[in-house]
Design a protein around this ligand. Structure first.
Ligand SMILES: Nc1ncnc2c1ncn2[C@@H]1O[C@H](COP(=O)(O)OP(=O)(O)OP(=O)(O)O)[C@@H](O)[C@H]1O
Ligand SMILES: [Mg+2]
Length: 261
């Protein structure tokens, strides 16, 4: 289970993430939506232990990001566009390198690397250094790297950014399979189509605040919008001033989660 509990992150005076609480259960895909600058990357980086929260907490499988960052890191696969790859390693070498860092023994390492190379098609550009790969190819290597220790939670910041349709499909299929294997998946995106395809639940961030949360159908129904894109627009324009519904709540008005572990 991924839990954010009243998480805030300030940069000086700016409240990039403000009092955000949400949960992602095992076997669930949760999509984080929000306009540019809404705080998605900041929230995900706090969860990945790369940023220290200003207040509130975040945890993965009971491990707290501040008290137990190493355990959190062993439990998550984190993917972000800004992540560097070692330029002078091939995709396979890079994935192997991270497998060793995670302490996989050589037999398991080879097995797992072969699996990931096949899954993400890394042999398509075998023998080429990461420094020479295209955006989408780098993204595929970064995903394989993030998955090396078969983590129980996935934190994916715009996982399909810059990918062609085929590579995007590979990632959708991968995310759906991982969900079916019981993983908790939290991802951010600007693509409404992938939210409709994948997300069990959606949270909408606006200026650092979680202004709405629910299923795609719930958001569309309760906003009276004809589509997720329109629901999203009305939510970020209104800043969350919408009625509370059954499978949809306007955060701050409904009962807040965060009590069960
Ligand atoms: N290191 C930083 N120092 C100061 N301000 C920052 C820093 N990183 C992000 N911000 C600001 O925090 C706010 C949230 O940024 P963040 O990157 O989390 O947004 P986002 O929702 O991921 O946006 P996008 O959709 O463009 O990726 C923005 O106003 C941004 O300018
Ligand atoms: Mg971002």
């Amino acid at each position: 289970m991924i839990i954010l509990d009243r998480l805030s992150k300030h940069y000086g005076q700016l409240e990039a993430v403000a009092d955000v609480s949400l949960k992602v259960r095992p076997g669930e895909i949760y999509a984080l939506l929000g306009p540019n600058g809404a705080g998605k990357t900041t929230a995900l980086r706090c969860l990945a232990t790369l940023l220290r929260p200003t207040s509130g907490t975040a945890s993965v499988g009971g491990a707290d990001v501040q008290r137990d960052p190493l355990r959190v890191r062993s439990r998550i696969g984190f993917l972000a566009a800004s992540m560097g790859l070692y330029e002078r390693l091939s995709g396979r070498e890079l994935v192997e390198f991270f497998g060793r860092l995670h302490g996989l023994d050589e037999v398991r390492l080879k097995e797992r690397v072969d699996e990931l190379v096949a899954l993400f098609g890394l042999d398509d550009f075998r023998g080429r250094y990461c420094g020479k790969l295209s955006t989408g190819q780098r993204q595929r290597v970064a995903l394989a790297r993030a998955m090396i220790q078969d983590p129980s939670a996935l934190i994916l910041d715009e996982p399909t950014h810059g990918l062609d349709v085929l590579s995007g499909e590979t990632i959708y299929r991968f995310m759906a399979e991982e969900r079916n294997r019981g993983k908790a998946i939290l991802f951010s995106t600007h693509q409404m189509a992938e939210v409709e395809l994948l997300a069990d639940r959606v949270g909408v961030l606006s200026r650092g605040r979680l202004v709405a949360e629910g299923t795609v159908e719930g958001l569309v129904q309760r906003t009276g919008a004809g589509s997720l894109a329109r629901a999203f627009l009305s939510l970020v324009e209104e800043g969350g001033d919408t009625p509370v519904g059954r499978d949809f709540r306007v955060v701050g008005e409904g009962p807040r989660g965060g009590t069960e572990a």
